[in-house]
Design a protein. Structure first.
Length: 150
């Protein structure tokens, strides 16, 4: 094909025809969603009320007398404001972050250290150095394991 300006134009590939959606095809595609609909409905119903009550309770103030009467005093977002301005809260958050970082770091270090021993084979463990030395303990190239459990 040529363009009126005399330039060659690539032929357009024919567009594939789209199949028409039939009621049967839509029905087959909807079956998995219809099968999980009761589960989603039950879980939604079981979780919706407790979450609603949790939000309502978080916006109220309860002392001993309100607990006995089962009626809280509406304070709105004041509970959240008081927590965010409390030094004990932020000290606890800091301790939690330090605890989490330390435990995750130590767990990863311990897992990666023991990995070199657990996947060892008679021919080589895969963590041997290019010079042929290894300290995994199970490999023919070494006599002890790095973690001391060899």
């Amino acid at each position: 094909m040529t363009h009126p300006d005399g330039m060659a134009v690539a032929a357009e590939a024919p567009r594939p025809r789209r199949r028409r959606l039939t009621r049967a095809a839509v029905g087959r595609g909807a079956v998995p969603y219809l099968l999980i609909l009761p589960v989603v409905g039950v879980l939604g119903a079981l979780l919706a009320y407790p979450i609603y009550r949790l939000v309502i309770l978080s916006l109220q103030k309860y002392t001993l007398f309100e607990l006995i009467r089962h009626k809280g005093v509406w304070v709105g977002l004041d509970n959240f404001s008081s927590i965010l301005h409390d030094q004990v809260f932020w000290h606890t958050v800091l301790r939690t972050v330090i605890f989490t970082v330390a435990n995750v770091g130590l767990t990863i270090a311990a897992a990666s250290r023991s990995r070199s021993c657990s996947y060892a084979s008679a021919a080589g463990c895969g963590s041997c150095s290019p010079r042929g030395s290894c300290s995994c303990g199970r490999c023919r190239r070494s006599s002890r394991c790095r973690s001391g459990t060899g």
